[in-house]
Design a protein around this ligand. Sequence first.
Ligand SMILES: Cc1cc2nc3c(=O)[nH]c(=O)nc-3n(C[C@H](O)[C@H](O)[C@H](O)COP(=O)(O)OP(=O)(O)OC[C@H]3O[C@@H](n4cnc5c(N)ncnc54)[C@H](O)[C@@H]3O)c2cc1C
Length: 597
Amino acid sequence: MSKPINKPTQQITDWLTLFGSTLEQGDFTAAVGLFSSESYWRDLIAFTWNIKTAEGQADIEAMLTTTVAHAEPSGWRIEGEAKSNGDLTEAWFTFETVAARGQGHIRLKAGLCQTLLTAMQELKGFEEKKGRKRVLGIQHVASKNRKNWLTLRQQEESELGYNQQPYCVIIGGGQGGIALAARLRRLAVPTIIVEKNERAGDSWRNRYDSLCLHDQVWQNDLPYLPYPDDWPVFIPKDKMGDWLEVYTKIMELNFWSSTECKGASYNGETGTWQVTVQRKGEIVVLQPKQLVLATGMSGMPKMPDIPGADTFKGTLIHSSRYTTGREFKRKQCVVLGSNNSAHDICADLWENDADVTMLQRSSTLVARSETLFLGSSYSEDSLEAGLSMEQVDMIAATTPYGLMHISEQQSSQSMQKQDADFYRRLTEAGFLLDFGDDASGLYMKYVRRGSGYYIDVGASDLIIQGEIKLRSRVSVARITADSVILTDGSELPADLIVCATGYGSMNGWAGRLISQDVADKVGQCWGLGSKTKYDPGPWEGELRNMWKPTQQPGLWFHGGNLQQSRFYSQHLSLQIKARMAGISTPVYGMEKVHHLG
Ligand SMILES: Cc1cc2nc3c(=O)[nH]c(=O)nc-3n(C[C@H](O)[C@H](O)[C@H](O)COP(=O)(O)OP(=O)(O)OC[C@H]3O[C@@H](n4cnc5c(N)ncnc54)[C@H](O)[C@@H]3O)c2cc1C
């Protein structure tokens, strides 16, 4: 006797069946009637070959009408049991398109769809050779011309980029470039990572001595390879650097270290890039079809133009160039800015017995690390409950950006309640505090503008105790030979000035490496168009230009934190593989460019 189906499962199964049949019949009016008036359909390249969220029935109907004939979706099947929570019923499901297999998620309210996620998982005919499908690795026959793994690997390393052109070149071998290259390797896309540093992992090693990752270990895996389960909750930066280096080796990545990209140009007729790199002193021109800028989510360091800076006799640097406070013992140090880097640098200087003052011009969001991660789904609890990191990634993807601020506002509120005493003391110390334009907290600031916050790992207490001196509501008016003059007229003696003043948009890299025309053509990266501070509208509902086609054919941007790099590298690698395989990839809903950078 078959098991009776529970009601929520039946409800979702019925919805999927009906949805599938309306799409097969091309009856998009009926299909959109299955969505509530306030609904969201988030598609990760399965229908749109884009990362796109349609909001509301009209947008959803337009997206269905344009994409379904090409995608030819079918096989809508619930995965596991549906769950009911209050008036919401939700479930995972699988589906297919003509080109791919996908996974999705749905939330129903009163029988109508409120949120739908459709995400491509693998291309048909180009599945990763893993598990039972893995290669044998040896030929069990005697052969005089047999080549062992090492010979073949060395041959590939010596030929790729010289006798054979890579299909894809990734500029930047930080965690982003490395994660993407690992996925492309699995998909047999010949790829070279170009990295100016001497060793893979230097992107972390080169940062200041005291740094540990801010996110917890459960969130930070690279694709395919979990960390050993005794790794610390907060990974020290050099340990992370070593992991990246080992990972490139294990994953057999073609990692060109000590290689700097000097410039790139695109030939629209041949659809080929000319990428000029300097590899250990020698100029090499690579000719890939696809070029990925994984040069760091931040663009060029923003260095303020302060009168008198050229007369300063001490050390004046941007935070990106700060490594240690060791040489500043008992020296007078001034740090401009009050976000993450500024706090970490102030704390590092204090640990090195420097006399340090932070200048805070405008308010900053502070979240205590301990509180921030309370209740995070990336946790040992989730693992023990059988929830993998990849599953948590997918759960996170089910909430469209258009709704995200609501749950984030709630989390931010409970954080403020829990740490009320801490916030009171910080404010009393003169610190200008905020919780985001609409009180939606740290994560929303991160996706909207990538800055404006500090994850407190100790520096806030130093500010409260006066160990890090704080001057708020001021900035620097002028620099003299040995001091800074503040906008309120006061003077601070200075041996070191660190400008923790942030970075430009990632498309600045395109300007520097390709051309300003191309940088302007693709426009700004990151941000949602929320019309909050530093995230001007119009609303786009997904991160601008990240991991999806840009207005410049063959040019992609990749980066973000480890979670984003891990998750979205899958979709980016599938888009690149599809192009290499000659699969038709009509892009739906490419955004207009509104902001130049
Ligand atoms: C204090 C602090 C704590 C953080 N904590 C976390 C955390 O816990 N988890 C997390 O995920 N993120 C964390 N981050 C953010 C994280 O560092 C960045 O998100 C991350 O570095 C982005 O990786 P990426 O590979 O995109 O870029 P990057 O790491 O910046 O790598 C870009 C690479 O491109 C190379 N490059 C640039 N130009 C060229 C060129 N012309 N030719 C060749 N190579 C070039 C650079 O040398 C660099 O190695 C933290 C950052 C800071 C400052």
